[in-house]
Design a protein around this ligand. Structure first.
Ligand SMILES: [Zn+2]
Length: 538
């Protein structure tokens, strides 16, 4: 149980609001959902994790919670996403339920399932485990028959609610349902009439004309603005957030509140609006129909799970923010690490305590499972990136080099190594990257003063590096520059060229010490022999 429940975190505030508005209940239902009609991207993930954080806040208060995640996979396939292969084949399935569209990759039973599976496989990695509800299955089993009948009976009342928020009124022959033709599976149908449990339709694609029994068919579906409030009632939803498009004035949330109360006799859940997530460097709002969207899987290639959660837990949902793949990745890790140190710090002033409470709660909510029994291994992310580049991406070797990582700290540090290496190799700016000069790369040209400096450095490393500390060694570098007749900036660029074939690199002295005496001597060896011809230098 958390001791930071009163830190004012937005998830705790929402939990309190739910308890206040919904009163004492045995189980609270928190819901989230999406149409799996494209890759579920990091913007959609904001809804899932927003619910997860509120679910945790409720559970931290000793409440029983049902976290349901609805796959709206009985929605109609309206548009072929541009980033999908087999465009023509997909286009032939337009107007069918997305569960009847084949998986373009040919792996899963259908297109919706393929998109669902990616997320279902990933969510446990970020500590999220909802109960999935497949709307194709619910509709298919005629589970909503009574509610559909109710909506048909109250058709005119629904029309009035929706029309009040529309610029043009609904068509005269509008019905609060759509029917998937049982012969061609398209929703290109018109309802001809209904009575009790029966509904008649005609299909304009294949000409089928049929009467269906709502209790036995899965072909009749409610439209979004009626379906959403129907499920609030059916599932007893106490909390469900929504994107700002749904939460706009007269948007589907507003009408759903009226529909659930006036048509289905239920109550609207507590809700809040969450804003968009941008990709830094990307353009505007992410949409799953755009190829440029960042998948949760891609985010997890760069951000370890706790840091991914931290990004969302540390930002109020109604604030737009950007996920960075550029240099800011380092800053995010540094912020997370600071938050972690604060959580594990002891002994503080009142003012520090207040600040700590806030950060500590964010830290708790960022964990994927139990909070570790002690502080995870901390290493500045920039330093880790340098070490990884020195050890060519081998996390195991970095951990061995560090020498003081305890057994239980290894898995998390390994994951961080994996993410940092992905970032270095795929997203880091060129000036940040380096690799040690290999013998195959040849020996860079040096002027006589430069060669002399490298010779002197080789000698200093060989004779004195072990005895000197980093600070004294730093003084030696300036002496070497003076002796060789180089400006210190030129000395530095000379050494970097000898080591990594670049003019700049990580902070030099620390870099030399991390490399270690033997490795530095090996890299400087082409200039070690030049010392025999010391007189040529002048
Ligand atoms: Zn048809």
């Amino acid at each position: 149980m958390s001791q930071y429940l009163n830190s004012g975190h937005w998830a705790d505030q929402t939990a309190e609001k739910i308890l206040r508005e919904k009163g004492e209940k045995e189980t609270y239902v928190c819901a989230s959902g999406i149409t799996p009609s494209g890759t579920v991207h990091i913007g959609n993930f904001r809804e899932i994790i927003s619910v997860d954080l509120v679910v945790r806040a409720l559970r931290d208060r000793g409440k029983k919670v049902r976290f349901i995640y609805s796959w709206d996979d009985y929605d109609v396939f309206r548009k072929v996403p541009l980033n999908m292969p087999r465009q023509e084949e997909l286009a032939a399935c337009l107007r069918m339920p997305i569960t009847l569209v084949p998986d373009p990759a040919g792996k899963e039973e259908n297109y919706a399932r393929a998109n669902e599976k990616i997320i279902e496989d990933l969510l446990p990695r970020v500590g999220i485990a909802p109960e999935y509800i497949y709307q194709s299955g619910e509709y298919g089993a005629s589970r909503y028959a009574s509610q559909i009948r109710l909506a048909l009976e109250k058709k005119e009342a629904i029309r009035r609610i929706l029309d009040a928020h529309r610029t043009a009124p609904l068509e005269e022959d509008w019905w609060p349902v759509s029917v998937f033709c049982t012969r061609c599976h398209r929703d290109t149908t018109s309802v001809l009439g209904c009575e009790d449990w029966e509904i008649q339709y005609r299909c304009s694609s294949c000409g089928a004309e049929e009467t269906l029994d709502l209790r036995k068919t899965g072909a009749v579906k409610l439209p979004w603005r009626v379906d959403w409030p129907m499920r609030w009632k059916e599932e007893g939803v106490d909390f469900e957030p929504a994107g700002k498009d749904h939460h706009s004035e007269g948007g589907s949330f507003d009408t759903a509140v009226q529909v659930v109360e006036e048509i289905f006799g239920g109550a609207a859940p507590v809700s809040f609006k969450y804003d968009f997530v941008r990709i830094k460097g990307g353009k505007g709002k992410m949409s799953s129909s755009l190829g440029e969207a960042l998948g949760l899987d891609e985010a997890l290639e760069v951000y370890q799970p706790e840091v991914t959660r931290y990004l969302f837990a540390g930002t109020r949902p109604n604030t737009e923010f950007a996920i960075s793949l550029d240099l800011d990745v380092l800053k995010v890790y540094e912020d997370y690490d600071r938050c972690e140190r604060l959580y594990w710090a002891s002994g503080e002033t009142e003012k520090e305590k207040k600040k700590k409470e806030k950060e500590a709660r964010i830290y708790e909510l960022s964990q994927t499972g139990e909070i570790p029994s002690r502080m995870p291994y901390q290493i500045p992310i920039r330093h880790l990136c340098n070490l990884l580049q020195i050890f060519a991406g081998h996390g195991d070797r970095v951990i061995a080099f560090l020498g003081d990582v305890e057994e239980d700290q290894i898995p998390r540090l390994k994951e961080r190594c994996r993410c940092a290496w992905n970032w270095i190799t795929r997203f880091a700016p060129e000036e940040f990257c380096f690799s040690l000069r290999s013998p195959a790369a040849g020996i860079p040209e040096m002027s006589p003063p430069q060669a002399k400096a490298l010779f002197l450095l080789h000698q200093t490393v060989k004779d004195r590096m072990a005895a000197l500390g980093e600070k004294d060694f730093s003084t030696c570098l300036y002496d070497i520059a003076a002796q060789a007749g180089l400006e210190s900036t030129e000395l530095f660029s000379t050494v970097y060229r000898a080591l990594i074939l670049k003019d700049k690199g990580p902070r030099l002295v620390s870099f030399l010490y991390v490399l270690g005496r033997e490795k530095v001597l090996e890299l400087l060896s082409p200039w070690a022999a030049s010392g025999l011809k010391g007189r040529d230098f002048s």
